[in-house]
Design a protein around this ligand. Structure first.
Ligand code: KE4
Length: 428
């Protein structure tokens, strides 16, 4: 039977770095990436048959657990009717209507195939709508790998320690203005230095790509006001937070109305889906109705729509799920905090809803610099200690843990025990 090590060696012969997305390569935590073969609920099984409690959940989509029966059932039925038409289908309208119902700030949405596509398209539309070229992003926020965003991006980009990717031209970079997360004064200063030139402010309303960093009180409200005063489009990148932090994502949880929203992950139920949406007057700029071109061979793919619609509908019709997720994640947070305190470790635990991260040697992580100052080496030891004990955390200190409905109290307790044993071993 081939081990992960065997498979990784072979993969590197044909795939750059042996992976199809850098963060999977264990670069920042070291060691050989574990190859998985199947998953169910909160449990993933690697190629050696070892089970792990999964806190990645495919980076967000598996909010109701892996291989959620209604999703799999619907997918099997849909597959028999062809895997793609390249024509309009009724299901695309149904999921678009459901998204706009769950996120009332949206009048219209356009389906794409990834969060990257959603964010790059949203910026293009905002630029066309305002006839301006610059936009503001925040250090440590990740909006996918499109050129304009790979400037001090989070997630895999910072995990590799290469926040500014080669290949991004200076011509592109000049239009990307960088602000510090949770620093309203810095945003205002940038807007005043670029009066009348800023098309949009884009951010993760709860950052999840420099670990989890909540917006400080008043931050989102201030950005809303600044965008109104400066005629800029406020774009919430809810690829991660959308339909996770509440039935209406972060915009509902924090009661802020962005002008546009980018979506992904949960709306595809594990299949490749992204979407961008917004107010009618903005979205009517999008081809074929308006002049802003945006397209995709597999956008609105029937299999992806089937999985996404089935999952979203269950979240919409059983909103108690969000309270369950909140309660379970708080339970895990409290368990972890007890263990960190027992070992007298200085740890910042950030949590919003079912998104959680911990940062070593830090008291308070409110921006990218704070996240970078945390002890990545200690995280590495904890990661491997937990992996050894069958708990699969994100292989990077710049990611967020996702809890699903399938994470039972028993699994959460096992996670806390594994953490205690890991710290026992490290601190011995
Ligand atoms: P994708 O293009 O990977 O579907 O989405 C990009 C994206 C956009 N916006 C936010 C807030 C995101 O979190 C992401 C992607 N998230 C990472 C996890 N931190 C994907 C994992 C990976 O790159 O393999």
């Amino acid at each position: 039977m081939k081990t992960s090590k065997d498979l990784f060696e072979r993969a590197q012969l044909f795939i750059p770095g042996g992976v199809n997305s850098p963060v999977r390569a264990f670069k920042s935590v070291g060691g050989t990436p574990v190859f998985f073969k199947e998953a169910k609920g909160a449990i993933m099984i690697d190629v050696d048959g070892k089970e792990y409690i999964d806190y990645i959940g495919s980076w967000g989509p598996m909010i109701l657990g892996h291989a959620h029966p209604p999703v799999i059932e619907a997918l099997k039925n849909a597959a028999d009717k062809s895997t793609s038409f390249g024509t309009p289908t009724e299901l695309e309208t149904k999921i678009a209507e459901l998204i706009c119902t769950m996120m009332p700030c949206l009048d219209k949405v356009r389906m794409v195939n990834s969060g990257t596509e959603a964010c790059m398209s949203a910026i293009r539309v905002a630029r066309a709508y305002t006839k301006r070229e610059k936009f503001i992003k925040f250090e440590g926020c990740y909006h996918g790998h499109a050129d304009p965003f790979l400037i001090k991006a989070g997630s895999g980009a910072i995990t590799l320690g290469v926040p500014n990717s080669p290949g991004v031209t200076s011509g592109t970079a000049k239009d990307t203005l960088l602000a510090r997360y949770n620093d309203v004064n810095h945003v205002e200063q940038i807007l005043n230095q670029n009066k009348g030139e800023v098309a949009a402010i884009i951010l993760e309303p709860v950052a999840g790509n420099m670990g989890c960093i909540p917006p400080e009180k008043g931050f989102l409200e201030s950005l809303r006001k600044l965008c109104d005063n400066h005629g800029a489009v406020l774009i919430f990148d809810e690829v991660m937070t959308g339909f996770r932090l509440s039935p209406g994502g972060a915009s509902q949880r924090f009661n802020i109305q962005p002008d546009m929203v980018c979506l992904g992950k949960v709306i595809g139920g594990g299949l490749p889906v992204g979407a961008f949406g917004g107010k009618e007057e903005i979205m009517n700029m999008v081809a074929p109705l308006g002049p802003v071109y945006q397209a995709g061979t597999l956008s609105g793919n029937p299999l992806a729509m089937t999985c996404g619609y089935t999952l979203l509908k269950e979240l919409y019709e059983h909103q108690v799920i969000f309270e369950e997720l909140e309660e379970k994640t708080q339970y895990l947070e409290e368990g972890m905090r007890r263990v960190f305190e027992k070992f007298k470790l200085k740890v910042c635990i950030n949590r919003v809803g079912s998104m959680l991260s911990f940062h070593f040697n830090s008291v308070n992580v409110v921006c990218f610099d704070d996240a970078c100052a945390a002890d990545a080496n200690y995280f590495k030891k904890v990661f491997h200690g937990m992996l050894k004990r069958g708990v699969y955390l994100a292989p990077s200190a710049f990611e967020t843990l996702f809890i699903s409905r399938s994470h039972t109290k028993e699994l959460l307790d096992r996670t806390v025990v594994a953490l205690e044993e890991t710290l026992q071993e490290i601190e011995a």
